[in-house]
Design a protein around this ligand. Sequence first.
Ligand code: SF4
Length: 110
Amino acid sequence: MSNEKEVESRRRFLKVAAGTAAMAAVMGGMPRYARAADLPPLTDADPTAKALGYVEDASKTTNPKHVAGADCSNCQFYSGGPTGRGPCQLFPGKSVNAKGWCVSHAAKKA
Ligand code: SF4
């Protein structure tokens, strides 16, 4: 009799624990996306951005240091997706354009 109750209560505990773990997994993944999306965009008017020759569109830069094909999406300091915007280690708290570029560009290591 009490054994049955014990089994039932263990079952209930496992259900709750599994639900909590699933919820934690979902919640754990969310802030990362929320943060990346919430970062204010870096603009080429920003003093640091200006100093580093940042441009929103790499294809429009006239900087002689720019190598064809180089943009934020293939820079090792960039941690966003291949399109849209994402964080750059050099501009903490701001998002850069995946198609942007600056003189500190360093090709991602394969
Ligand atoms: S360091 Fe790289 S990711 Fe950051 S702005 Fe410059 S080119 Fe883009």
